[in-house]
Design a protein around this ligand. Sequence first.
Ligand code: SF4
Length: 391
Amino acid sequence: MKLDTYCPYPFMHAAQSSQESFQPCCIFDSKGVKTKYSSIKDYWNSDFLLSVRKNMLIGEQVAGCHKCYSEEKHTNESLRTHTMKHYGFQKNLKIKSLEVLLSNKCNLKCRMCSSDRSSKWINDEKLFSPNKKSTVYETSLDTYFPNDFDLSNIEHINILGGEPFLSRELNNFLLKFENKKNIKLVISTNGTFFPKKDFFEIIKDYKHIKIALSFDSPGKLGEYIRSGLNWEKFEDITQKWINIASSMKNLSIHSHCTLSAYNTHAILDVIQWAAKHNLTSLTFAKVYWPTELQPEALPANVKKKIYNYYFNKNNEEFLFDKIVNELNVTRFTHISFIRSMLIKILSDHTQQEASEVKFYEYTNKLDKIRGESFYEISPYIDKPRNSISNL
Ligand code: SF4
């Protein structure tokens, strides 16, 4: 069997990507593929998934997995390689891992999100992408996770959103699993809610619960990217999670940052903040969509400035390495991944004007709708240069 196309996910995992959609993992590119299924059972037995598995077993590349293949070319690492290390080859076809959304209800409207994942985006989208029709949804547990679908081998559940603590089905979903003592749970939250007592009563029976606090930068920049966020409140709630984790052996508090064109210059602030709060881990993921906000879309001169800030060759030690070494955060295992990612993105100065224009277009249009201004917040990005200043 060829090792460079096989991925354990299609054999043991299902990721819900919107109300009725499932796919092999969260970054799988489903363009041109049917993803709507009436339940997880239909998805698991679908012709589509059968052909993905078959291709992987005969060493063929799967079109929807191109993001992994591309990252491996540049960094030797990808979600596929991480998953291989963690799960290895799957001998049995049993679902062991689940990623669910439950609802798109959210109180924030992060710039790299959309109404598929945030109900707060619905109004902005009427002006931003008028052709898109969206509603607030809540996954029906009985329909999408029917009782005759075997969930008894589940070992890992990742709950995303919307904001999970706004879903009225969260506790019901957690109560659904009989083998709680075998399950590691990850709940990604935007850090603006602290749940009531009944939630803690339910999770005490789980093997482990990881709360992943999503943030993209401390302070004003974080508030700009995650519109609706109050940074002071986020810090208060982080402290509440840290306090309760000190009295629950099966609970740990982590952090997660999405690398986009908006915070490419602020990654050291992110690392310093997570280190200061002694969080158990800090993970990173790069924005793939909207393509306009990928860090690659930054203007070439901006990338140069940020590259010099992190990796200025005139210093004895790069600032990036100096700060990371001083913080002694070896537990943040994604640091080498984000370091390689930054070097790769920022040292590529062959930026096409077309993607620079799209970045400015996207930013200016959303700034106008929201009455915000990126140029007042970022020290690195000037207003668009003359040729594109009228966007
Ligand atoms: S190879 Fe990558 S994109 Fe494909 S299923 Fe695995 S993790 Fe997902």
